[in-house]
Ligand binder design. Structure first.
Ligand code: NAD
Ligand code: WQD
Length: 382
């Protein structure tokens, strides 16, 4: 049976309404092989993001779509909290045993600084809820999972570009939750070969879908560099002078170097990873000790803070002013991926350049100066 005539596979995406989740759902829908189920508690997202994904996917349907095409653009969206096992179980019950083919587990709290202030919330959401999700998956005969990890699991890495073989060591509670998530998945896969898990270590995702319909909508003043520059240019934050955190790092211009990749390249990596969980995938030879692996998703190209400012100046035409202040606690000089393993084994690539990332970010920001800008329930905390 060709994949186009096989039934759609149900894939549960946790955190589906968030920045990365919404772009992943778009890419899953584009394959017409998956039917997406989303769980999100709206803590850091708005359901409007999912309405827009469906709209976007429908706008790309062929002139005479089949029922299968149409079904692939629908999202079964559940407002549910992963820290409430009953709510997650209720979703699985709707599809029954074996009804969900695989899970892309994205939902998490993700602010490094905040994780040092409220670590219990981070361990509860990122670790305890992950364990509970895995137990529920097991109860419903669902044993395939793609996990959102982060370059932060490398702490201050000894080798640049960073290979996956680097010892994991994080400098924040957030980073440690991601190492714990990977450890739990690895132990689980060693204990029982019915489990297959791929952990994707993201470097710095940037940009938006080129339509400008979906993008990153951070709460309040953004802490991350690119969304902050976009908010400055659109006049959403009043401070016109960017504070650059240090120019005395051992890097070419003294400012920190990061590996930025386009959000759609990152999202496509998830479709490849999900496909690699199929029994016929070559990622796991049948004599593997376990079916767990971690992969870097980055471009493999380092870009400094000053280079980012220049690229955003070109994209926006905005005359950024900046001042150099002291280093930010926890920043490391250089986080550049060695993505060759993901390229070789998953067929991953991140071809879009910094210009495209800044262009698409700016397109999203100008079309949506206030983000999704729809009234929804207030968020729990910041
Ligand atoms: P995001 O905040 O936009 O998305 C996370 C989503 O999870 C949000 O929609 C939020 O409402 C939801 N969520 C949070 N807690 C939940 C809960 N208890 N129950 C249900 N839903 C919950 O963040 P993002 O940037 O899309 O990041 C997604 C994932 O990628 C996270 O796991 C993050 O740690 C990881 N990551 C992100 C980056 C980055 O730069 N954005 C880099 C590396 C790794
Ligand atoms: C980029 C560079 C700053 C703001 C973070 C998390 C990481 C991952 C991605 C989730 C740094 C500098 C920033 C500003 C600045 N998230 N900067 N002035 O720190 O690489 O990664 O997001 O997993 O875990 O730590 O991204 O965008 O915050 O910073 O000079 O006002 O820009 O010092 O060098 P970072 P960022």
């Amino acid at each position: 049976m060709s994949s186009q005539s096989a039934p759609l596979k149900n894939v549960l995406v946790t955190g589906g309404a968030g920045y990365i989740g919404s772009h992943i759902i778009y890419c899953l829908q584009k394959t017409r092989n998956y039917k997406v189920i989303s769980i999100d508690n709206s803590y850091n997202s708005k359901s409007e993001a999912l309405n827009r994904v469906s709209r976007l996917s429908k706008s790309e349907l062929p002139a005479n779509p089949t029922d299968r095409d149409l079904e692939s653009t629908e999202i079964d969206a559940f407002k549910a909290d992963l820290t409430q096992p009953d709510q997650v179980r209720a979703v699985f019950e709707k599809y029954g045993k074996g009804g969900i083919w695989g899970v892309i587990h994205i939902a998490a709290l993700k602010a490094v600084g905040e994780s040092t202030e409220i670590p219990l919330e981070y361990y509860y959401t990122n670790v305890a809820a992950t364990i509970s999700l895995l137990r529920t998956m097991n109860d419903f005969d669902c044993h395939r999972i793609v996990y959102s990890s982060s370059a932060t699991v490398y702490g201050t890495p000894p080798i640049i570009p960073i290979p996956e073989s680097t010892r994991l060591q994080a400098d924040s509670p957030y980073g440690r939750t991601k190492i714990m998530g990977e450890t739990i998945l690895s132990d689980l896969c060693y204990s029982d070969k019915k489990w297959r898990a791929l952990s994707l270590r993201y470097f710095n995702p940037a940009g938006a879908h080129p339509s400008g319909l979906i993008g990153e909508d951070p709460r309040g003043r953004p802490g991350n560099l690119l969304p902050l520059l976009a908010h400055m240019a659109v006049g959403r934050v009043d401070n016109k002078s960017l504070k650059v955190f240090g120019n005395d790092y051992p890097t070419p211009d003294g400012t920190c170097v990061r590996d930025y990749l386009h959000i759609l390249d990152l999202a496509k990596g998830h479709v490849l990873a999900l496909d690699a969980l199929s029994p016929e995938s070559k990622v796991f030879p049948s004599d593997s000790e376990s079916f767990f692996k971690g992969y870097n998703l980055g471009k493999g190209k380092g870009v400094s803070v000053l280079q980012i400012i220049e690229a955003m100046r070109k994209a926006t035409g905005f005359d950024y002013q900046y001042e150099i202040i002291g280093r930010r606690r926890g920043d490391v000089p250089d986080l550049t991926a060695d993505p060759s393993l993901a390229e070789k084994e998953l067929g991953f690539s991140a071809p879009q350049d910094l210009e495209a990332m800044c262009r698409d970010l700016w397109n999203w920001q100008t079309k949506n100066p206030n983000g999704y800008d729809v009234e929804e329930e207030p968020k729990k905390s910041s």
